[in-house]
Design a protein around this ligand. Structure first.
Ligand SMILES: [Zn+2]
Length: 75
């Protein structure tokens, strides 16, 4: 599985009313909220091609798991 590109968080990528549009971390919205810093810093696409948002911890975890590329690399 290839790591997906990541980019600096951009609220305009998200549906109005979603976690991302509000600047929150959608990666932790469903689970593991205690570990979440809440504020989105990265935008990335999930395997279904939907835009997700991640806090600093989500970014760390996803890069470690090989799900996304470190911020600032790629296109
Ligand atoms: Zn989070």
């Amino acid at each position: 599985m290839d790591a997906k590109p990541s980019r600096t968080f951009d609220p305009d990528l998200y549906e109005p009313g979603s976690e991302g549009a509000a600047g929150r971390c959608s990666h932790h919205a469903a689970a593991d909220q205690a570990a979440c810093t809440g504020e989105a810093v990265v935008s990335f696409q999930d395997p279904a091609g939907r835009w997700q948002s991640g806090c600093t911890l989500a970014l760390e975890q996803l890069v470690e798991d090989g799900e996304i590329q470190p911020l600032g690399q790629g296109a």
